[in-house]
Design a protein around this ligand. Structure first.
Ligand code: GLC
Length: 740
């Protein structure tokens, strides 16, 4: 094990030997330095950070994206410090770097892990070109609350879909060789349960029973760890009274002891200091003791590890072994990234930003992310042969920045194709296009400019209404208590509707919106999320039928905000509602006897069903499922049952369909959801074609955490559905029986 410092940079010794040798050489100050991520704010980073770099007091830098600057900072760390330990260079590369993919919630609507993986790979290539070697993605917080602004950067409400996409993003960012050029370390965040923020208010308290935490919120993190994610980020949020950043149950018992994770955990921005703000600790010194003991290996931009760790060790309050373990975790990632061998970035060794491959990936993702929620009388697709004139209305029709969505610090708006540009490019030579902005922003309350929009619609053969939210209305710290279309948009819809022309709504937003107040006033709805760089081309091609919409909802759309939380995998309750048992507030007889109405779990003024369910999305094709069946009515624990059905395209255009498999465990050690997503597959179906879609279900796929919070597979009866949405009616049954 006598690896010399010189050998540290060779690959003759094992990573663990190299770590041990380096640790043995490091002073306490140098060890603390590795646990410190520094930023330079708006100041000159070389000027501000050089001394600390030379002293080995910085292990990572954040928010530096100029490759020459990053190489210089790296050079100082590697060539002018005593041990020459290279830097991790972190950045939020959430859904693209220069070329921007749809927001993660939109990518989730593709239900296509391959296109998501490809998007992450493109992001890694472009970010690495700037010297970045670590991204704070994928964000895999499960949430059932569209008021929460960060639903935009989440994979939505379902742990199975989130798990599949988490793996895809980790693979895309990290590749199959983390030391290769153009790969970057990923970071699964925010560990854990952040998406349960009370009332959808960002950073708010979360109270999640361990059983729910394990069965829902931890699943995608487990998948990311199993996929080899290099790092995790601790959440800001208070979890059951112990904020995640100081939560030993999460970071020691679950992450290390149960899952065997050997990467490292970074705090969120200054979240260690915030432990005192939460009231878990009295001051920074206590916070540093709590966070380091609980398992946070690196302090993001807080400066508190640098300020207190050494004193805590020297005072005997903190065991040096905690420090050594944290530093080993950090060094392990640096070795795996190959930073000791190749710390510098040669931008010429990587493809140009906005490459044809990058733009093609962004377009494919945008095309597959758009969800068609309504298409009355087949008003879509539009045909340029049938149109002389279209009115394009609304500020989001021509918004190269807004269509990129939240968390796009580095997005290049020069690459954006807006919907107006896309429509002009596609049909501008054949169809008269009149564009009216009508509103300064989505929040504008003035209806004065609507006259021009109404006049344009009246002269047109179809009105394309671009509605929704600008990117600033979702993302971190941008939650909304009312998730209707902002401003006077509903009035704009009403006014345009009055022209009697076909009205097609294209909605861009960072969350599900409550659309009940406009859904009857438009003939069709394309929900495009924030579709990224190539969103405009994709929207144009979907509007004019070059491709069929194929997105499926990754999150439920409530009728009213008061229904939240509302999601497909809810429990049955002891009084489940049915249409017959729902009484509507407008139907109550004024002299109604003072007894309960309906006696089941519904709202008098909203019923119990969402406006659009999880997994829902329409197509220009006409998909039909039948002949669902199982390979055997009984499957022994440890065995596999195959659930199949026939999928037919009864329409006259080829299109993608996302076939989905749901199951229900009828009786459980704890109550189980009425439906759980357990499989999905995006398939291309030609007109008239019938495909068999089959899903192999291992009994392990049916495992859940019981009341003792251990993972269990229970014999019992199961229902299974296959279809194009979570309310698919086609059902079969099977039983899990005790193994031999
Ligand atoms: C933010 C976010 C986190 C992000 C970090 C660095 O506050 O919570 O997701 O990665 O700070 O920007």
């Amino acid at each position: 094990m006598t690896t010399t410092i010189a050998e540290i940079r060779s690959d003759t010794a094992s990573v663990e030997d190299r770590i041990a040798t380096l640790l043995g050489e490091m002073t306490l100050a140098e060890k603390v330095g590795q646990m410190n991520q520094a930023h330079a704010g708006d100041m000159d980073p070389v000027e501000v950070l050089s001394d600390a770099l030379r002293a080995g007091r910085i292990g990572s830098i954040i928010n530096q994206v100029d490759v020459a600057t990053v190489n210089e900072l790296q050079r100082i760390a590697v060539e002018e410090s005593r041990l020459g330990i290279p830097l991790l260079v972190g950045r939020d590369v959430i859904h693209g770097f220069k070329t921007v993919m749809p927001i993660p919630l939109g990518q989730a609507a593709t239900w296509n892990p391959e296109v998501v993986r490809q998007g992450a790979r493109i992001a890694a290539l472009e970010a690495a070109k700037s010297g970045i070697n670590w991204t704070f993605a994928p964000m895999i917080d499960i949430t059932r609350d569209p008021r929460w602004g960060r639903i935009a950067e989440s994979p939505g409400e379902d742990p199975y879909l989130a798990s599949r996409l988490a793996v895809a993003m980790v693979e895309g960012f990290q590749g199959d060789d983390l030391a290769a050029t153009g790969t970057i370390a990923a970071c699964a965040k925010h560990f854990a349960g952040y998406g349960e923020a009370e009332s959808g208010r960002d950073y708010a308290t979360t109270n999640i029973p361990e059983n729910e935490l394990r069965n829902v919120h931890l699943r995608p993190f487990r998948a990311a760890v199993n996929a080899g994610v290099a790092t995790l980020m601790a959440s800001f949020s208070d979890l059951n009274g112990v904020p995640a950043t100081g939560n030993e149950f999460l970071m020691r018992q679950v992450l290390r002891d149960e899952w065997g994770f050997d990467g490292f955990v970074v705090s969120d921005w200054n979240s260690i200091h915030q432990l005192a703000v939460h009231g878990l600790t009295a001051d920074d010194r206590d916070s540093v003791l709590a966070a380091s003991t609980a398992g946070v290996d690196m302090d993001m931009a807080g400066g508190v590890y640098e300020g207190h760790l050494a004193d805590l060790v020297e005072d005997g309050a903190l065991d040096i072994e905690v420090i050594d373990a944290a530093v080993a975790n950090i060094l392990r990632t640096k070795f795996r990234l190959g930073l000791f061998d190749n710390p510098y970035t040669d931008p010429e060794a990587l493809p140009a930003n906005g490459s044809p491959e990058a733009l093609a990936t962004a377009k494919a993702a945008a095309l597959q992310s758009v969800v068609m929620l309504k298409n009355d009388k087949g008003v879509l697709p539009l045909s340029k042969q049938d149109l002389d004139r279209v009115a394009v209305i609304g500020p989001l029709a021509d918004a190269p920045y807004e269509q990129l969505g939240t968390w796009i610090f580095d997005g290049d708006t020069e690459l954006s194709v807006t919907a107006l540009q896309g429509i002009r490019e596609l049909v501008g030579g054949d169809v008269e296009i009149e564009y009216v902005r009508a509103m300064e922003t989505s929040r504008s309350k003035s209806t004065q400019p609507f006259d021009e929009a109404v006049a344009a619609a009246a002269k047109s053969d179809a009105a394309l209404l671009f509605l929704g939210e600008e990117s600033i209305l979702s993302g971190e710290a941008h939650s909304r208590a009312d998730i209707n279309l902002p401003g006077a948009q509903a009035e704009l819809v009403r006014r345009v509707r009055e022209t009697g022309k076909p009205v097609i709504a294209v909605i861009m937003a960072g969350r599900p919106l409550t659309l009940a107040n406009i859904v009857e006033k438009v003939d069709a709805i394309l929900f495009a999320w924030h579709p990224g760089t190539m969103g405009g081309s994709a929207i144009a091609e979907l509007l004019f039928g070059l491709e069929s919409p194929s997105g499926k909802l990754p999150a439920t759309f409530p009728r009213m905000v008061g229904q939240i939380p509302i999601y497909h995998s809810q429990k049955n309750t002891g009084k489940p509602p049915t249409p017959e048992k729902v009484v509507h507030i407008d139907d109550i007889d004024a002299k109604a006897p003072q007894t309960s109405l309906g006696m089941t779990a519904f709202h008098l003024d909203a019923g119990y069903a969402p406006l659009f369910p999880f997994g829902f999305g329409l197509s220009y094709a006409d998909f039909d499922y039948d002949n669902i069946r199982v390979s055997g009515s009984e499957v022994p624990v440890g065995g596999v049952v195959t659930v199949s059905a026939e999928l037919t395209n009864r329409g006259d255009v080829a299109a993608d369909e996302v076939a989905q498999l749901y199951v229900r465990d009828l009786v459980g050690n704890v109550t189980r959801p009425v439906r759980e997503l357990k499989g999905f597959r995006r398939v291309r179906v030609e007109p008239g074609e019938t495909l068999t879609v089959s899903f192999d279900l291992h009994t392990d796929d049916l495992a859940f955490y019981g009341r003792d919070n251990t993972l269990m597979v229970e014999p019992g009866e199961f229902h299974a559905w296959i279809g194009g949405s979570s309310d698919a009616p086609l059902r079969t049954e099977f039983s899990v029986v005790a193994g031999d």
